[in-house]
Design a protein around this ligand. Structure first.
Ligand SMILES: Nc1nc2c(ncn2[C@@H]2O[C@H](COP(=O)(O)OP(=O)(O)O)[C@@H](O)[C@H]2O)c(=O)[nH]1
Ligand SMILES: [Mg+2]
Length: 253
């Protein structure tokens, strides 16, 4: 049986976590487990994670990280743990319902098809949509960042390079040295996508509707956006020389 580990990073998601976990567990995906990666949220999310792990032994795992280090570090930790636990597919999704859980079965099925190394839940392929609550300026900024700016600098084929809803075959994560990945937050997703494409892996995109979070707070602001824009150039400089010959081999790793 295929084992699917769904990584859910959390920081102050006490209002969302239990509903999220129950929704994902109810999906028709065989061999699904959840790993919550909580960065010692001050709102008590960690205790909720422990209660869920106790309620669903073997299906829900709670990882407590000592301090808030950002999404990228939490995912790197989760990737290593999921590989060590023997997962065949590793999924990542936000805890705020922006990534529609009901799309996960289709993404998992696509990831198991030959020739699909990674599957991305995409806002920028036909059928993909953004929350109508986003103002036109936010939509334009996101579209421009993904479809123009990052696309032109990194020359990525993926249409949604900053999207955080993904399913990886384990061979992809085994081929990446996590020390290569230096960025955090929004650019972490773009850096991963760029490395994946440089190493010659394929990304298949499934359209999603991206909904704005209803409960809790987003951490996006102008400073984060400007910093992210500059960091795209660092990503280019760091990885432009990578080729498929640079893939790590599991035996060596
Ligand atoms: N472990 C961990 N999770 C985080 C951190 N920052 C954000 N998250 C989680 O990452 C996901 C996306 O964060 P969110 O605030 O919704 O970002 P936005 O939608 O881009 O504004 C959510 O599940 C957050 O709880 C962090 O520093 N550590
Ligand atoms: Mg969000």
């Amino acid at each position: 049986m295929t084992r699917v580990m769904v990584l859910i990073p959390t920081y102050n998601e006490a209002e969302n976590l239990a509903h999220m976990v129950q929704t994902v567990l109810a999906l028709p995906v065989e061999g699904l487990e959840i790993m919550i990666l909580d960065d010692s949220s001050p709102d008590g999310t960690g205790a909720i994670a422990d209660a869920l792990a106790a309620e669903y032994p073997g299906r829900v795992h709670a990882v407590h990280r000592p301090r808030k280090e950002g999404l990228g570090r939490a995912y790197q930790d989760g990737f290593a743990r999921a590989l060590a636990a023997g997962a065949d597919l590793i999924a990542q999704m936000d805890c705020d319902f922006s990534h529609p859980p009901e799309k996960l079965p289709e993404m998992v099925a696509r990831a198991l098809e030959p020739g699909h190394d990674v599957v991305v839940g995409s806002r920028y392929v036909p059928g993909g949509t953004l929350d109508t609550a986003w103002g036109w300026h936010r939509k334009l900024l996101s579209w421009w960042a993904n479809r123009v700016y990052i696309h032109l600098i990194l020359r990525t084929r993926v249409h949604d390079a900053t999207g955080g809803y993904r399913v990886f075959n384990r061979r992809v994560l085994e081929a990446i040295d996590f020390h290569w990945v230096r960025s955090n937050g929004y650019i972490f997703q773009a850096e991963m996508a760029y490395i994946i494409e440089r190493l010659g892996f394929t990304i298949y995109e499934v359209p999603i509707h991206f909904a704005e979070r209803r409960l809790g707070r987003s951490k996006m602001d102008l400073r984060i956006q400007l910093e992210a824009a500059l960091r795209v150039w660092q990503v280019l400089a760091r990885h432009r020389h990578l080729t498929p010959a640079d893939r790590l081999h599991p035996a060596r790793a």
